[in-house]
Ligand binder design. Structure first.
Ligand code: SF4
Length: 246
């Protein structure tokens, strides 16, 4: 049985590193958070109930999941509709997959652009859209890129000036880093970019991840034919932001 252990156990003879509390350069106030350690991300339903109860009692209001939440039954059977009102995520079909978002502005104050609402809108509008192959979207509120947008088919990174768009990344068997293709000045433009990429992949009908498709036809031709050239502004990460990342 998996136990929730507080604090996290020490690893062998290694001593825990002292936590350095660095004030945020932005002057924003960091909200109080607590991320319980769960070995391999697994917890029993009983412990989950206990955990939620304790968090509620101590005044916690929201929960942010970093990855999927998968409920597991003992046997092979599960009720037809285990959680009325909730749709099931699909991790297999060739569709637009659920957005992967970093801790974002409600949970992390390092953000350069708010991304929570943007991620919700993208999920509501595009998740499940059929394509010849799967398409992953990753969104990060700042260049620290906690949601790993550089290994997503479409990566979005918040900067002071807008949203940097990266295309063609993937993890898995043949990892590929996405290429930065320009800056979307606002959320509306980000949504238009995603719409155009999806439309291009649907029309082409090729069973090819976005990165391979772009490598095959060339970045400039892809941007032109998909209509992204007209939407995006030229972009280069400023030296100041680069040094903040280090
Ligand atoms: S990417 Fe930036 S805004 Fe998002 S969680 Fe990481 S540090 Fe915070």
């Amino acid at each position: 049985m998996t136990k929730v252990i507080w604090p996290a156990p020490r690893c062998g003879n290694l001593k825990p590193m002292p936590m350095k509390k660095k004030p945020l350069t932005s002057g924003r106030v960091r909200p109080a958070t607590f991320a319980p350690y769960m070995p391999a991300g697994v917890i029993t339903i009983g412990d989950l109930e206990k955990l939620v109860g304790q968090m509620k009692e101590s005044g916690a209001e929201k929960v942010k999941f970093g990855g999927e939440m998968v409920f597991v039954w003992k046997g092979h059977e599960r009720p037809h509709e285990p959680a009325p009102g909730y749709q099931s995520n699909n991790f297999k079909a060739p569709v637009v997959r659920p957005v992967r978002l970093c801790s974002a502005e409600v949970f992390c104050q390092r953000f350069k652009q708010p991304v929570l609402d943007l991620a919700r809108t993208i999920d509501e509008r595009f998740r499940g859209t059929p394509l010849p192959v799967k398409l992953h979207i990753g969104i990060a509120g700042c260049p620290r890129s906690c949601s790993e947008p550089a290994v997503k088919d479409i990566g979005i990174i918040g900067h002071n000036q807008g949203y940097e768009i990266l295309l063609g990344g993937s993890a898995g068997l043949g990892p590929v880093l996405a290429q930065s293709v320009g800056l979307a000045k606002d959320k509306k433009t980000v949504l238009a970019v995603i719409e155009k990429v999806i439309a291009y992949m649907q029309q082409g009908g090729k069973k090819m991840r976005l990165g391979r498709l772009i490598a095959k036809i060339g970045k400039e031709r892809f941007l032109e034919e998909s209509g992204l050239t007209a939407l995006l502004q030229p972009w280069q990460t400023p030296a100041r932001e680069k040094s903040e990342e280090e």
